[in-house]
Design a protein around this ligand. Structure first.
Ligand code: SAM
Ligand code: SF4
Length: 379
C-alpha cells in the first residue's frame, strides 16, 4: 500500500572536490582521493542501517562537495543500494550537483541510466576574471561545452548555480552574467549572494583589506536586478535565492524549508525525522568506525521543543515567497498565529514588510530584503 507510507527525502553527501574555491566552507576534502573507496563502502553500509524502514522516498539529492568529481560507478552503486533498501516512488525527483570541468559524456550516461532526472551545475559567473578570482577550476567555455553535451543527451531538467556580490564582480559584469544566463535553456536558477565564511581565502582577504566588500545598497540593487530580470524571463521566484520555470521548483530543497522529513547520509550530513534533527560526524575515521560497529554515525541529535519547532517553521517558511498558510500553522501547532504574534504582525503590516494574501502570511518584496527585523520581533 505505497500511498499510505510516510514520504521521505534522502540527501547523500559526497565530500570531495578537485580544488578548494576561495569562498567555500562546505564540508569537503581536497587531495583525499585515497579515502574514496572506503567512504563509498561505508556509505553503502550506512544506507543498509535503514533497511527496516517503512518510508516512501520521493526525493533523492546528491550534494557536496562535488558529486560529479568521483567516478560515476560510485554514484550508480549508491543509487542501486538505495533502491534495494528503500521503496522509491515512481515520480521520485533525483538530483545531482555537478561542476562543469568534471562532467563527461560517460558520467552523464551513467547518471541517466541510474534514474537521475534533475541536473544542477555550479557556474557562479560567466566571466573568466571572476572565476579565477573565486578559485574555480572551470572557465567560461567549459560551461557552454557541457551544457551542449547535456542537451545532446536529451537532458532538459537542468539547473544552474550563480553567485553575485563578489568584490571584483561589478554591476556591469553582473548584468552580462544575467543576460548570458537568460540565453541558456535551463529550468532552475539558484542565485546566491556571496557570504564571507571564516577560514576561507576570501575571509582572509577581507581582513587584510585586499577585498572591499559591496555595501548593502549596492548588494540590494544587484539583487533587485536579478529578481526583476529573471521574473521577466519566466522564472518564478519561490525562495530568497531560488527561481524556477513553472513546474521546476526543487521538491527536495523545499523539504528543508517546510520542515518535512529527510535523511542525510554520509559525512556531516544532517537529517530531520519527525522534528528530531541528527547530524553525522564529520571525520572519516570516526564515520568508518561507528558504521563498522553497526551504529548510526551520529554526532549529535537535537529534539526541538514545541516553541522551537514553531519558530523554526516560521523562519524556514518565510524564506519561501509564498510564506505559510495560517490555517496550516494553527493545525500543526494548535495556536492562532495572528493572536499569538499580534504585535509583531501589526507592526510589520504597517511597515509593509509582510502581507496576508488568501490566508497566507508572506514577505513583500521589500520585506524579503529586510526580513531580519520581523524574525527578531517574532523571536
Ligand atoms: C556547496 S556548492 C556544491 C556544488 C558544487 N561543488 C559547486 O561548486 O557548484 C553549492 C553552491 O553553493 C554556493 N555557495 C558556496 N559557497 C558560498 C558562499 N560562501 N556564499 C554564497 N554561495 C555559496 C555556490 O553557488 C555553489 O554552487
Ligand atoms: S564551491 Fe563547490 S567546488 Fe568549490 S570548494 Fe565548495 S563544494 Fe567544492
Amino acid at each position: 500500500m505505497k500511498d499510505t507510507k510516510e514520504t521521505m527525502g534522502l540527501y547523500i553527501h559526497i565530500p570531495y572536490c578537485q580544488k578548494e574555491c576561495h569562498y567555500c566552507d562546505f564540508l569537503k576534502f581536497i587531495n583525499r582521493d585515497d579515502t574514496i573507496d572506503d567512504y563509498i563502502h561505508y556509505l553503502l553500509k550506512e544506507i543498509e542501517l535503514y533497511r527496516d524502514n517503512d518510508y516512501l522516498v520521493n526525493t533523492i539529492y546528491f550534494g557536496g562537495g562535488t558529486p560529479s568529481y568521483i567516478d560515476s560507478s560510485y554514484i550508480v552503486q549508491i543509487v542501486d543500494k538505495i533502491r534495494d533498501v528503500f521503496d522509491i516512488s515512481e515520480e521520485c525527483e533525483m538530483s545531482i550537483e555537478m561542476n562543469p570541468e568534471s562532467i563527461t559524456h560517460e558520467k552523464l550516461q551513467d547518471y541517466l541510466n541510474a534514474g537521475m532526472n534533475r541536473f544542477t551545475m555550479g557556474i557562479q559567473s560567466f566571466d573568466d576574471k571572476v572565476l579565477r578570482m573565486m578559485g574555480r577550476v572551470h572557465r567560461r567555455e567549459t560551461i557552454f561545452e557541457k551544457l551542449d553535451l547535456m542537451h545532446q543527451l536529451g537532458i532538459e531538467n537542468i539547473g544552474i548555480d550563480l553567485m553575485f556580490g563578489n568584490p571584483k564582480q561589478d554591476y556591469g559584469i553582473l548584468q552580462s552574467d544575467i543576460e548570458q544566463a537568460m540565453e541558456l535553456d535551463v529550468k532552475h536558477i539558484s542565485y546566491y549572494s556571496l557570504m564571507i565564511k571564516e577560514n576561507t581565502a576570501f575571509h582572509r582577504w577581507v581582513q587584510t583589506g585586499q577585498f572591499i566588500l559591496l555595501d548593502d545598497e549596492q548588494e540590494r540593487e544587484m539583487y533587485y536586478l536579478i529578481q526583476k530580470t529573471l521574473q521577466e524571463n519566466g522564472f518564478e521566484q519561490y525562495e530568497v535565492s531560488n527561481f524556477a520555470k513553472p513546474g521546476h521548483q526543487s521538491r527536495h530543497n523545499k523539504k528543508y524549508w517546510t520542515l518535512e522529513n529527510y535523511i542525510g547520509l554520509g559525512l556531516g550530513a544532517s537529517s530531520n525525522i519527525d522534528l528530531v534533527r541528527f547530524i553525522n560526524v564529520s571525520d572519516f575515521e570516526e564515520y568508518f568506525n561507528m558504521i563498522e560497529a553497526g551504529e548510526f554515525p551520529i554526532y549529535e541529535s537535537e529534539m526541538m521543543n514545541k516553541e522551537e519547532r514553531e519558530k523554526e517553521y516560521i523562519m524556514l517558511n518565510m524564506r519561501l515567497l509564498q510564506g505559510f498558510e495560517l490555517n496550516k500553522f494553527e493545525h500543526r501547532f494548535g495556536v492562532d498565529f495572528l493572536t499569538k504574534y499580534h504585535a509583531a504582525v501589526q507592526k510589520h503590516l504597517e511597515f509593509q514588510t509582510i502581507q496576508i494574501t488568501e490566508n497566507r502570511l508572506h514577505f513583500t518584496d521589500y520585506g524579503l530584503d529586510v526580513g531580519n527585523q520581523f524574525y527578531l520581533d517574532i523571536l
